[in-house]
Ligand binder design. Structure first.
Ligand SMILES: *[C@@H]1O[C@H](CO)[C@@H](O)[C@H](O)[C@H]1NC(C)=O
Ligand SMILES: *[C@@H]1O[C@H](CO)[C@@H](O)[C@H](O)[C@H]1NC(C)=O
Ligand SMILES: *[C@@H]1O[C@H](CO)[C@@H](O)[C@H](O)[C@H]1NC(C)=O
Ligand SMILES: *[C@@H]1O[C@H](CO)[C@@H](O)[C@H](O)[C@H]1NC(C)=O
Ligand SMILES: *[C@@H]1O[C@H](CO)[C@@H](O)[C@H](O)[C@H]1NC(C)=O
Ligand SMILES: *[C@@H]1O[C@H](CO)[C@@H](O)[C@H](O)[C@H]1NC(C)=O
Ligand SMILES: *[C@@H]1O[C@H](CO)[C@@H](O)[C@H](O)[C@H]1NC(C)=O
Ligand SMILES: *[C@@H]1O[C@H](CO)[C@@H](O)[C@H](O)[C@H]1NC(C)=O
Ligand SMILES: *[C@@H]1O[C@H](CO)[C@@H](O)[C@H](O)[C@H]1NC(C)=O
Ligand SMILES: *[C@@H]1O[C@H](CO)[C@@H](O)[C@H](O)[C@H]1NC(C)=O
Length: 257
């Protein structure tokens, strides 16, 4: 009977294709496991590290690349397209100690240029928190209502208001003011703002929970697994957000990542 023959044939084709898909999926996983090492060797003064950090040999295996291993000071890129900083330490709790030389030179010169937010990228997969920071207000006008115990500085083009690091802040931002948060060394209680602020500081690295689950897959995750199931190619874009590209429903064309 032709009908039954066709049905068998269709089933056979379906079976072969699904086996091919299963095979390529396992192959792909092995391939990814092979490409991403579980840890990275010491780099300059930094001891061995793991995801979310990676090295230049495997930029796709983490969210932040550490390099300059043969230089006196190592460097880190905060995110795929983020800024570079000198890095002095990577701690167990996934915090990093950085040095910002430009900020230090502004502090040394007691320059009003000091009072700008650091450039720290923020995305759904990766963000940073300055562990010990001082909040300052940059205001376009001299505040009519005095903020008790606040001092001011750089009062020409804008007005910078600041308090001691552990003092409470007003619950609402004063009008015409923006918030600036800069790293502070709380053991320096001099009252001199340029000495309290510090260019060597720790950042807490905040990695999205789902990213941890998938550190074997280029540090990607469930969203990525779903993407692979749809025969897509998963990657983290310049802004650090997940993207699923080339979604297809047919037989997977093998792509070398
Ligand atoms: C990939 O590595 C993970 C973690 O070690 C392991 O659980 C998984 O079975 C590996 N997959 C393959 C296909 O080797
Ligand atoms: C990066 O890590 C891999 C895996 O551990 C290692 O083989 C490679 O030499 C490292 N590259 C650099 C530049 O340190
Ligand atoms: C890194 O190591 C070199 C040599 O071991 C040392 O001279 C240098 O001071 C260290 N740098 C930092 C920032 O600790
Ligand atoms: C400053 O510290 C506070 C409290 O620890 C924190 O909530 C905030 O995110 C920090 N600011 C920055 C810019 O990291
Ligand atoms: C500007 O700041 C200086 C000290 O830095 C202070 O003597 C002066 O009174 C301030 N001027 C205004 C308009 O606040
Ligand atoms: C504001 O005045 C300070 C000295 O009080 C000076 O160092 C600084 O360059 C001035 N800033 C601007 C933007 O004019
Ligand atoms: C403000 O200035 C006064 C007098 O110079 C000083 O005693 C105080 O510690 C300063 N406050 C801050 C927050 O720096
Ligand atoms: C805020 O700034 C605007 C102009 O930029 C000014 O007209 C207004 O009076 C300011 N408000 C306060 C409360 O200083
Ligand atoms: C500086 O950073 C803080 C904390 O991330 C943010 O709330 C604030 O809007 C930023 N200020 C400016 C002027 O960008
Ligand atoms: C704070 O400053 C003191 C004195 O300059 C220094 O010894 C200490 O290491 C600094 N602390 C941090 C966390 O940088």
């Amino acid at each position: 009977d032709f009908g039954i023959l066709m049905a068998c044939y269709s089933f056979l084709v379906f079976f072969v294709i699904s086996q091919l898909l299963l095979l390529s999926s396992a192959e792909e996983e092995r391939e990814l496991n092979k490409t991403c090492p579980p840890s990275f060797p010491p780099c300059g003064n930094l001891s061995q590290f793991i995801f979310p950090f990676t090295n230049q040999t495997h930029p796709e295996c983490g969210l932040m690349v550490v390099d300059n291993c043969n230089e006196p000071v190592q460097r880190i890129r905060l995110g795929k397209a983020g800024p570079f900083y000198n890095i002095l330490n990577i701690a167990q709790d996934v915090s990093i100690t950085l040095e910002d030389q430009v900020f230090q030179s502004h502090l040394n010169e007691r320059s009003c240029e000091s009072f700008k937010n650091l450039s720290l990228p923020s995305s759904s997969s990766l963000s940073f928190e300055i562990k010990s920071n001082l909040s300052l207000f940059r205001c376009t006008h001299k505040l009519e209502k005095k903020l008790t115990s606040f001092n001011s500085t750089c009062n020409n083009s804008s007005f910078i208001y600041y308090n001691h690091p552990d003092e409470a802040l007003p619950s609402i931002l004063p009008p015409n003011c923006s918030l600036i948060q800069l790293p502070v060394n709380k053991t320096r209680k001099s009252g001199d703002l340029f000495n309290m602020l510090t260019s060597v500081f720790s950042l807490q690295v905040v990695v999205d929970r789902v990213c941890w689950e998938c550190r074997w897959r280029w540090g990607q995750c469930q969203r990525c697994n779903d993407c692979h199931k749809k025969r897509g190619r998963c990657h983290i874009d310049d802004k650090g957000n997940f993207q699923c590209e080339n979604e297809r429903t047919g037989i997977k064309i093998y792509v070398r990542y």
